[in-house]
Write a protein of this length. Sequence first.
Length: 528
Amino acid sequence: MTTSPRLVVRLPLGALSGLLAGFAALAVAELVSVTVRPEAGPLTAVGGAVVDRTPTPVKDWAIRHFGEDDKLVLQLGILAALAALAIVLGMVALRFRRAGAAGVLIFGVIGAAAALTRPDSSGFTDALPSVVGAVVAAALLYYLIGRLTQPPRAGRATADPDRGAGWDRRGFVIGASAAAVTSLGVGALGRYLTGNASQAAVESRNAVRLPAPASPAPPLPPGTQFKVPGISRFTTSNKAFYRVDTALVVPKVDAGTWRLRIHGKGVTRPVTLTFEDLLRRKLIERDITLTCVSNEVGGPYVGNARWLGVRLADVLAEAGVRPPSKGGPADQLVSRSVDGMTLGSPVEAAMDGRDAMLAVGMNGQPLPFTHGFPVRMIIPGLYGYVSACKWIEDIELTTFADYDPYWVKRTWARKAPIKTESRIDVPKPLSRSKAGTVMVAGVAWAQHRGIDRVEVRVDDGPWQDADLATEATIDTWRQWSYPWKATSGSHTLTVRATERGGRVQTKKRTGTVPDGASGWPSVVVTID
Ligand SMILES: Nc1nc2c(c(=O)[nH]1)N[C@H]1C(S)=C(S)[C@@H](COP(=O)(O)O)O[C@H]1N2
Ligand SMILES: [Mo]
């Protein structure tokens, strides 16, 4: 008998063995990670490490193309890469059985290294999911390949016609099926237990009763919301609010065990606060528009919510913090989250009288898990990456000279006030409308400065004043609309906003790196 027909059968079976071993590794790792830390699982750990090491332009590209699905795409990509490598290892193992199994162990080492070097790593136990998963997978691969390359042991009764062809078909089928079924069960059990572990956090959130604010947000003045179809609602619902973060698994923090530590340079009375401590204090409620520095001109990463929280300046003052203008030694406030993210804000901005807060509520609800439950920071006027720490657990007073937080280490600016911007919500780009009055409308923002004017230009015509909705506060965006007498043809609509004090939104087009995109938004539309 020649070897080629057997190879044709064995190669796919080797590949299948590799896939089964990879699947077993992930299932076992998932189950072990329940007892260690869900975030220490190999997919999350390797995914997180990839996110941290991805060059900023690639990350920006991913956000642009996949939006809030970027994490899903990343995890599917990692799974696909793992599957390809597992197939190769399985086929290699047909020839080099020990080397194939050892290859699986190398992946265990990579997964363990990723888990141990995550900023939120809780120590050597974080290596366990990857290590145990890899050992089980290596043993499984070694066993299955053995069935493919060795005859069944003498004496075993078998009617296998391939017997003597050099492999144990029955042993392989039984081993492979048992491995597949067991992995499915183990994986499902792991998923189920992970769900239970976050149950305490879910219950703690359900139990939150937000107190009434001592300083409520002023009622929205009439006229903040235009009735133009398609315009962004003045208040963005929690569901519709954009989400930008690096968390592959949304942290589920139990409010009952949550603590916030405040310490560092110039802190004369370090404090550790509980969630109850925060709720017992006087709460303020404010409408504040948050924007992401990764928002392209005309992009979706901006939203306005009614936040409820504790005034950050008061908490800092009680800890003995003085802003630099009052002689304090720290000019940077570094917030750290439970998942190891770091954000740096100017201490001056946190204490200069604006409504910077440790927020516990969003639009009348406890913070959604995706938006930072139980507590996040909000500082009006600053992009999210230098102000809006979600799942916050630590505030350290330091200096800009001494410490660069996460995004600053990755080419973004140390300080990033939000740039004056505007957006055309309607008409949609490349849409068609009938000649006559077409409503051009959208939002404009210049947080903590205020919007005074929005102008619209049709093609190369003169700038025309748009109608402005009533301003809620200088920290919120402002709607605008312009009834355009549209004539047939293809037209370019361009918009620019002017902030209080007269500075016009810059025409200069820049990308998002390092401190936010700028330029006038425009859309091309066809009028029939
Ligand atoms: N812990 C943590 N907080 C974070 C981030 C993050 O990745 N991790 N991203 C920041 C960025 S870049 C922005 S724009 C805002 C977005 O807040 P949102 O997701 O509630 O809209 O959160 C900020 N806070
Ligand atoms: Mo952001």
